[in-house]
Design a protein around this ligand. Structure first.
Ligand SMILES: [Zn+2]
Ligand SMILES: [Zn+2]
Length: 237
């Protein structure tokens, strides 16, 4: 099984990531990826780009070095109602929108509150996936989150970087994968690269998929056709 589109990557625009779009594209081409999504952090995260960054992404070519470049954001969940730090008119112009909890933007609370927020985020028609939902700092009711993804036709991200930097994520990720498999909920794999060298790094995710015998048809980013098919059904301007 191969992941051909990396759906979670950061560029210098995030403030604490170190490669340009062009460097990312060059690395993607060298690694044989067919595409990647630029998902710099939303403006609420310190050092993150101004909204104008997202408004101007159309200047980035659709293809660089033969690699498809999709425009996106990793929006921050800013309250427990599930609001995010990006206005709808900006989200509508992007190809792919992921949203996540970061401690710097919202203090951790209870499982109930984390879950309510994540369910509401999945309900938002302009959000495609929740990113690193296995983060134990923001423990959720995995059953409710996966069922919400199924109800709203959204994706659960399995984040490779979580296994390195978000301690305790592995157990939660295993539960997410097992339940997604059981309920046929689609997933995406993101490297969460903050430097070009980490682009397309899915070692931990693929190992877990293998162990848990995750069916290939449930990964939306295992073919360009499946990925563009998924994003094509979303309402974008
Ligand atoms: Zn994140
Ligand atoms: Zn990220």
């Amino acid at each position: 099984m191969k992941i051909v589109v990396d759906t979670h990557t950061h560029t210098v625009a995030s403030g604490h990531a170190y490669s340009t779009v062009q460097e990312m594209a060059r690395e993607a081409a060298a690694k044989g990826l067919e595409g990647f999504v630029i998902t710099d952090h939303g403006p609420a995260l310190g050092g993150g780009p101004h909204l104008y960054h997202f408004g101007n992404m159309k200047v980035i070519p659709e293809e660089i070095y033969g690699v498809r470049v999709f425009k996106g954001v990793e929006a921050n969940i800013t309250d427990y109602s599930g609001n995010i730090d990006m206005p709808d008119e900006y989200l509508q112009r992007l190809d792919f929108v992921i949203a996540s909890f970061h401690e710097i933007c919202i203090p951790p609370s209870t499982v109930e509150e984390h879950t309510n927020a994540m369910v509401n985020v999945l309900k938002n028609p302009l959000v495609d996936a929740v990113a690193h939902p296995g983060n134990p700092q923001f423990q959720v009711d995995i059953d409710r989150v996966v069922k919400a993804a199924r109800e709203y036709g959204k994706l659960i991200e399995i984040n490779n970087q979580s296994f390195y930097i978000r301690r305790g994520s592995e157990e939660n990720c295993k539960k997410f994968i097992a339940l997604c498999k059981e309920l046929s909920v689609k997933v995406v794999c993101g490297s969460d690269a903050h430097i070009s060298f980490d682009l397309g790094k899915f070692d931990k995710v693929l190992k877990l998929f293998d162990e848990l015998e995750m069916p290939g048809d449930l990964f939306v980013n295992s073919s360009m056709e499946k990925f563009t098919g998924y994003i094509g059904r979303m309402h974008r301007v």
